[in-house]
Design a protein around this ligand. Structure first.
Ligand code: HPA
Length: 294
């Protein structure tokens, strides 16, 4: 179903299948469409420990990922694995409680499959959240960081979700990502923060493969190349969303201070605790942004 290169014994050009197959995306979109009562305009991905934001959704319909054909299922603690559709702050939304990651063994394009499906269903605004380690020296666990740009270290290293033949029905061969994170949505987030009295950071998110946390030398490298926070998700989803022409807003929940001097080892439990503690703030921010959108 996904990208597969068929090597030929004769040494001729290998045949490469388009990935992900349009028919698979279509099938999953049809499956979800039949089970939810609304046509979502906005999709939200909730990262590690943030899934409870979906509890505020009115008239919710929940579809377990495992039931949706082709939809990848998370193996990570803190990722519920349910798509919840309904109304949030007056908007029709589809909320992903949990996601899959490259480090679980999925390819970059598989991690972006849900984005493709939601696009097919008519979603045009994507709010992507994650847990991230602080690299900027001022950032503290519990802070919310608006993502202004990213450094896709997976993609730069060859694991771009758009690798392989391009299907023009999904987007262009060479999509522009110079404005990956929508300016107007960022402005809406700043206004929402001011209205709700929330303190917000902004910065550049570095997407790495994981699952090992970074060494102090790697963190100093990330700081050197301009990253303010680091995490193991998001970048492939954003590339696929931009490929499909969606507008993207990214918010990181700073879950731990990066260990630049080797004095404080990072732990997944710490990441989950800090993120769960920040959920009320994240919910307030997202609901206020949703209310402000036309
Ligand atoms: N590094 C990478 N990914 C992360 C971190 C981190 O420190 N915290 C949360 N996700």
């Amino acid at each position: 179903m996904y990208n597969s290169v068929v090597a030929t014994r004769s040494g001729k050009t290998p045949s490469v299948k388009s990935s992900p197959a349009f028919a698979d995306i279509q099938r999953a979109a049809e499956f979800v469409r039949k089970r939810i009562r609304i046509q979502p305009e906005i999709a939200i991905i909730l990262g590690s420990g943030s899934g409870s934001l979906a509890d505020s959704i009115e008239a919710p319909t929940a579809v377990p990922y495992a039931r949706i054909p082709g939809w990848p299922v998370s193996t990570v603690k803190g990722h519920a694995g349910t798509l919840v559709a309904g109304t949030l702050a007056g908007k029709s939304v589809a909320v992903m409680q949990g996601r899959v990651h490259f480090f679980e063994g999925y390819t970059a394009e598989q991690t972006a499959f849900p984005v493709r499906v939601l696009r097919r269903m008519g979603v045009n605004v994507f709010i992507i959240t994650n847990a991230a380690g602080a690299i900027h020296p001022d950032f503290q666990p519990g802070d919310l960081m608006l993502i202004t740009d990213h450094i896709n270290l997976l993609g730069l290293g060859g694991a771009n979700p758009l690798r392989g033949p391009n299907d023009e029905r999904l987007g262009p061969r060479f999509p522009d990502v110079s404005r990956a994170y929508d300016r107007e949505l960022q402005e809406a987030a700043w206004r929402a923060a001011a209205e709700t009295g929330l303190f917000l950071r902004q910065g550049v998110y570095a997407g790495v493969a994981g699952p090992s946390f970074e060494t102090p030398a790697e963190l100093r490298f990330l700081r050197g190349i301009g990253a303010d926070a680091v995490g193991m998700s998001t970048v492939s989803e954003v590339v696929a969303a931009r490929h499909g022409g969606m507008r993207v807003l990214g918010v990181s929940v700073i879950s731990n201070r990066a260990n630049l001097d080797g004095s404080h080892p990072a732990e997944h439990e710490e990441v989950l605790r800090a993120t769960q503690a920040a959920v009320p703030k994240l919910s307030r921010l997202i609901e206020s942004i949703l209310r402000s959108l036309a």
